[in-house]
Design a protein around this ligand. Structure first.
Ligand code: BDR
Ligand code: CA
Length: 383
């Protein structure tokens, strides 16, 4: 027995599965990771799919957030969707603001029947990073809407996600457009839950560089461990990341069209748009507000807006400079490049495991058609 040599470094799966991995292993939930990854094909073949005639049930997990607000208003203006719940999380601004912002938005849309359930106030293991420099101190571009009268439901985000998914197994699509803390917490709390979720459409990640660091997109950077749990859950994922959302921007003429709309949703969206554009100009923030989150939502309304490509996506959770990076493989990694001490595996994957994909990544978008859909739905909405 070697006594004076370092023990071989465990690969990530061994580390996470090892009780000595303590905090991180506990946070990520190794049994979930192993079970989830192998069950996707079985589930895809076996879960009932919602009938195309009835609206699709969705839960919106969100951190409103200017573009989150547009995503919520778009969903609430789309008869193809049945929004079962909205679950705010800390992200763009803290939960103390994202929660009332979500309540304000359901009030504006006249949909206070939709439950809004408070989610996580901090990421799984990290300090919260916010983005009020983009979204304004209030999270809605500095409009400062009046306080909402509606209250959140008493269930937590995790509880309501579990209850609704379990009530309609195989029918509820999760639309996650903030840091993935709530979704990861729900999955960790119920090992069967992932197998009941037919798909998860998320705004997050990038395969062409980040926006908060050169490597990472904001949502994944805020809670990389949560993103890791989700990408290893076995839930079929559609990743609408910066590769396409950078191309969809809200300009002055869009703001004017929204302001001219004759319903409260359009007028509120116009105020948020105008105020956010003005904030960008005042602070010297470059460009126009990007409509990241509504693009993710819109893929449920018109899948032809984006071009999807299959990848195996993993999330960097250890890199000091690259935390939250989404690393996408379109073919099996070259085994020989694995560090020797990892036992011949790369990226925590079993070297004998056949290559599989876990994510459809949006790689191209018809930006003009999407913006027409977004502005058109909000302005033409019946009051
Ligand atoms: C994502 O981060 C947030 O700032 C936006 O709401 C969007 O979900 C873009 O990186
Ligand atoms: Ca968001």
């Amino acid at each position: 027995m070697k006594s004076d040599h370092k023990l071989p470094a465990p690969n990530r799966r061994e580390f996470l599965g090892n009780s000595a991995g303590l905090l991180l292993g506990g946070v990520l939930g190794s049994s979930l990771l192993a079970a989830g990854e192998s069950s996707a094909a079985f589930r895809a073949a076996n879960m009932p799919q919602p009938s195309s005639a009835s609206p699709r049930r969705i839960i919106i997990d969100t951190d409103p957030g200017v573009d989150d607000a547009f995503a919520i208003l778009l969903a609430l203006s789309s008869p193809e969707l049945k929004v079962e719940a909205i679950t705010p999380v800390s992200g763009n601004v803290p939960l103390e603001l994202t929660l009332p912002n979500a309540l304000r938005l359901v009030e504006i849309a006249g949909r206070t029947d939709i439950p809004v359930a408070a989610g996580a106030s901090v990421p799984l293991t990290r300090r919260l990073i916010t983005a009020s420099y983009v979204h304004g101190e209030d999270g809605l571009g500095g409009v400062n809407f009046p306080p909402p009268k509606t209250k959140p439901v008493t269930e937590t985000a995790t509880e309501i996600i579990r209850r609704i998914v379990r009530a309609h197994p195989g029918e509820v699509t999760i639309v996650a457009v903030g840091p993935l803390t709530n979704i990861a917490t729900a999955l960790r709390s119920d090992s069967e839950l992932a197998s009941m979720i037919p798909n998860l459409v998320l705004m997050g990640g990038s395969i062409s560089g980040g926006n908060i660091t050169p490597a990472a997109e904001f949502n994944f950077y805020v809670d990389p461990e949560a993103a890791y749990v989700v990408f290893h859950s076995g839930i079929p994922i559609v990743m609408v990341g910066l590769d396409v959302t950078r191309k969809v921007q809200l300009r002055d003429d869009d703001a004017a069209a929204l302001e001219a709309g004759a319903n409260p949703v359009s007028k509120a969206a116009g105020r948020i748009a105008r105020s956010t554009i003005a904030q960008y100009r005042r602070t010297g923030f470059p460009g126009f507000p990007m409509m990241h989150d509504p693009l993710a939502l819109a893929t449920l309304l018109d899948p032809t807006l984006v071009k999807l490509k299959d990848f195996y996506v993993n999330i960097e959770i250890e890199g000091e400079l690259t935390a939250g990076e989404s690393v996408a493989y379109d073919h099996a990694p070259v085994r020989h490049s694995a560090p020797l001490e990892s036992g011949g595996t790369l990226d925590g994957r079993n070297a004998d495991e056949p290559f599989h994909t876990n994510t459809k990544v949006a790689v191209d978008v018809d930006a003009d058609r999407f913006m027409r859909l977004l502005v058109g739905r909000l302005t033409n909405r019946a009051s």
